[in-house]
Design a binder for this molecule. Structure first.
Ligand code: HEM
Length: 437
C-alpha cells in the first residue's frame, strides 16, 4: 500500500511485471486484484460484465457526479444511457465539428509568437467551452476560469488521498482544510451547472441538444427527471466531456514537441490534406497520421488511466478465485505499456498504428475509452474533437517544450500533468487562411 500511495503508476507497473497477470494488492481491509491481461480485461468489461459494478473507490471519488451516467447502475443506468445516446450519434456529432474548429480559432487569436503558455490550461478551457456549447448550447467562456480552478481542487483532493497524511483518513464531512476546499469546489461547480439548467428551463426552448433531451424526457408514468438527477447528468457530461480530452491533447502536444520527426510527418499530412484551409469534418478520413498521433499519445498517457470494478458474485479469472466484493483494478497505463503487445512500449511511435504492427492486437490491449456496455459514450465525440483541434492548432503554431521542464503525470481520477505543461509558441510562417466566422 505504501508503494501505491507514493507512486501508483510505478507500483502497479512493477506488480504486473513481477507477479503476472492477476496480482493481489495489499490494501488495508480490502481485497483488491490488479488485472492486466487483455483477455481477463475483456472478461470483466464485456463477457461477464453483469457480475461487476463500479468499484468502491470510483463510487467515492466520483460522488461529485451524484447518480449521473458514469456511476449509476442497473436498469436506471440503462434507461439514462438510452436517453442520452441520441446526442452522441455519428451524424449529430459531425454537426459539432464547426463549433470545435471555430472555438479553437477564437483561442488562437490570443496566442502570440514567442510567448510561453500552459497548454493544459488552454486545452481545459477550450474543451470546456466546446462541450458546453455543443451539448448544452451554453456559452461558458466567462466561467471557464472558475470551473478550471474547482476541477484542479477536486483532482488534487483525490490524488492526495493516498499521500499518507492522517487528515486524509477523516471522512469528507470533517472540516479539514482539504475537505473544506473540496466542498467549496463542488459548490462552485454546482452554481454554474444549476444556472445553465435554470436559464434553459426559463427560456422553455427545445433546441434538440442533450440538455433539451434530458429536460423533456418522461418516464413511462409521464414523470420528468427531478432537478437533482438533471444536475447529476449535466455535471457528468461537463466534467467527463472536457477533462479527459484536454488531458489527451496536452500530453500529445508535449510528445509531439519532443519528437520532431513525428511532427514533420504530421505537418506534411496537414499541408497535403488541408492545403492552407481550416480543417473540417470532411477531412477526417484523410488525417490518418493525426489520428495515429492521438492514438499513440493516449497509449502512453491514457487520460483515464485506470478503471475499477467490484465483483457482485464469486467468479474465476485467469485461474484465480475472485470472491464477492473483490475490488478489481484494471489499468490502461499498465497494459498499454506491456511489451508483450507493443514493441518498444516506452517509445512514442505513431507509425505503429499505420504500418500493420498493431493490427493483430488482442482487443483489450488498447482501451483508452473502456469497453463493453459501459464504453465511453463520448468516444466518437472525443476522437473527432482531438483530431480537429490538433489539425487546427498545429497548422498555425509549433509548440516547443520549455528546456528542463519535464511534466509529471498526476494519477488522480484522471492522468493530469501535475502543475500543467508550459510550452513555447512559435507562429508558423506559412500563409494560412481562416474560415469565415
Ligand atoms: C479522450 C477523451 C476521453 C476518454 C479517454 C474517456 C474515457 C472514458 C472511460 C475509460 C470510460 C469508462 C469508465 C468505466 O468503464 O468505468 C468513460 C465513460 C464515460 N465517458 Fe468518457 N472519455 C473521454 C471523453 C468523453 C467525452 C467527450 C464525453 C462526453 C461528451 C464523455 C462522457 C462519458 C460518460 C457519460 C461516461 C459514462 C458512460 C456510461 O457508463 O454509460 N467522455 N470515458
Amino acid at each position: 500500500m505504501i508503494g501505491y500511495a507514493t507512486d501508483p503508476l510505478g507500483y502497479l507497473t512493477r506488480c504486473s511485471r513481477e507477479y503476472g497477470d492477476v496480482v493481489r494488492l495489499r490494501f488495508p481491509g480490502t481485497l483488491a486484484y490488479l488485472i492486466t491481461h487483455p483477455d481477463h480485461i475483456e472478461q470483466i468489461l464485456v463477457k461477464n460484465n453483469r457480475n461487476f459494478i463500479k468499484d468502491k473507490y470510483t463510487r467515492e471519488e466520483l460522488s461529485v457526479l451524484g447518480s449521473g451516467l458514469l456511476i449509476s447502475e442497473g436498469d436506471f443506468w440503462r434507461r439514462q444511457r438510452r436517453l442520452a445516446q441520441p446526442a452522441f450519434h455519428r451524424r449529430r456529432i459531425e454537426a459539432y465539428g464547426e463549433t470545435m474548429v471555430s472555438f479553437t480559432e477564437r483561442m488562437l487569436e490570443d496566442w502570440r509568437d514567442g510567448e510561453v503558455r500552459d497548454v493544459h490550461r488552454e486545452m481545459m478551457r477550450l474543451t470546456l467551452e466546446i462541450v458546453a456549447k455543443t451539448l448544452l448550447d451554453a456559452d461558458i467562456a466567462g466561467e471557464a476560469e472558475d470551473v478550471g480552478e474547482a476541477m484542479g481542487e477536486i483532482m488534487d483532493y483525490f490524488s492526495d488521498q493516498g499521500s499518507g497524511s492522517f487528515l486524509r483518513l477523516l471522512p469528507e464531512r470533517f472540516p479539514t482544510p482539504g475537505n473544506v476546499r473540496y466542498r467549496r469546489a463542488v459548490r462552485r461547480l454546482d452554481g454554474i451547472i444549476y444556472s445553465i439548467i435554470e436559464e434553459r428551463r426559463r427560456s422553455g426552448a427545445d433546441t434538440g441538444d442533450l440538455l433539451s433531451m434530458l429536460l423533456h424526457a418522461e418516464d413511462e408514468h409521464g414523470n420528468r427527471m427531478d432537478p437533482q438527477q438533471l444536475r447529476d447528468e449535466v455535471m457528468t457530461v461537463v466534467l467527463a466531456g472536457h477533462e479527459t480530452t484536454a488531458i489527451a491533447l496536452s500530453w500529445m502536444f508535449y510528445l509531439l514537441g519532443e519528437n520532431p520527426e513525428a511532427e514533420t510527418k504530421l505537418l506534411a499530412e496537414l499541408e497535403e490534406v488541408l492545403d492552407g484551409r481550416t480543417p473540417t469534418v470532411g477531412d477526417l478520413p484523410r488525417l490518418r497520421y493525426a489520428d495515429a498521433v492521438i492514438k499513440e499519445s493516449m497509449r502512453l498517457y491514457p487520460p483515464a488511466w485506470a478503471i475499477g470494478r467490484e465483483a457482485l458474485g464469486e467468479c474465476e479469472i485467469g485461474g484465480y478465485r475472485v470472491p464477492t466484493k473483490t475490488q478489481m483494478f484494471i489499468s490502461q497505463y499498465v497494459t498499454h505499456r506491456d511489451s508483450r503487445f507493443f514493441d518498444d512500449p516506452e517509445i512514442f511511435d505513431p507509425s505503429r498504428w499505420l504500418d500493420g504492427r498493431t493490427q493483430s492486437l488482442p482487443h483489450y490491449a488498447y482501451f483508452p475509452f473502456g469497453g463493453g456496455p459501459r464504453l465511453c459514450i463520448g468516444s466518437n465525440f472525443a476522437r473527432m474533437e482531438a483530431v480537429l483541434l490538433l489539425a487546427a492548432i498545429a497548422r498555425e503554431f509549433r509548440l516547443e517544450p520549455v528546456p528542463g521542464e519535464i511534466p509529471v503525470p498526476q494519477p488522480s481520477i484522471t492522468l493530469r500533468p501535475r502543475g500543467g505543461i508550459r510550452m513555447k509558441l512559435s507562429k508558423r510562417r506559412v500563409s494560412t487562411e481562416r474560415s469565415e466566422p
